[in-house]
Design a protein around this ligand. Structure first.
Ligand code: DAT
Ligand code: MG
Length: 167
């Protein structure tokens, strides 16, 4: 069975501000594992496809300029489980899997409204410079990973921490 995966991206401001280690560290410390990781300069058409649901918003052009203004760090986060079946049948479908949990770690879209303790709440002040992206649903996670990563760029492995993270 398939395991829920989230596409996480450190935006150009996070890279420029030297927050790459800090942000990756928060996902690692939570107990998520990296399945893919790369520094990447995003072309305009990819940015437009990634944010296609927002194409009619007034801020769309500045959003695309921002995301393509410098390198981003692309990540796939996964939660290894002793039995994939368990997470599929209970946790992921209840929305408590890696996608929803990563959104909680990231915090609200507007960093001034994001709770302290979240990445945006601790490290950012403006919606247009909110340092990190996380998929908003398992389906979008799948869609975004296929957009940003090529076949062969993802790594199949299992963390030795698994039995100390999940019973
Ligand atoms: P999120 O990134 O929290 O999933 P979203 O998908 O609604 O938020 O929007 C994607 C990005 O677009 C967001 O991270 C920053 C930008 N954005 C959203 N709403 C905005 C607004 N009202 N003004 C300027 N930028 C905005
Ligand atoms: Mg979004």
């Amino acid at each position: 069975p398939e395991v829920e995966q989230s596409y996480i991206m450190i935006k150009p401001d996070g890279v420029q501000r030297g927050l790459v280690g800090e942000i990756i560290s928060r996902f690692e410390k939570k107990g998520f594992s990296l399945k893919g990781l790369k520094l990447f300069r995003c072309p305009k058409d990819l940015a437009q496809e990634h944010y296609k649901d927002l194409k009619d918003k007034p801020f769309f052009p500045t959003l695309i300029d921002y995301i393509t203004s410098g390198p981003v760090v692309c990540m796939v986060c996964i939660l290894f489980t002793a039995t994939y079946f368990v997470i599929l049948s209970c946790k992921a479908w209840e929305g408590a899997g890696v996608v929803a949990s990563a959104r909680k770690l990231i915090g609200a879209t507007n960093p001034l409204q994001a709770e302290p303790g979240t990445i945006r709440g601790d490290l950012a002040v403006q919606t247009g410079r909110n340092v990190v992206h996380g998929s908003d649903s398992p389906d979008n996670g799948k869609r975004e990973i296929a957009l940003w990563f090529k076949e062969g760029e993802l790594c199949q492995w299992e963390s030795v921490q698994t039995p100390w993270l999940v019973e």
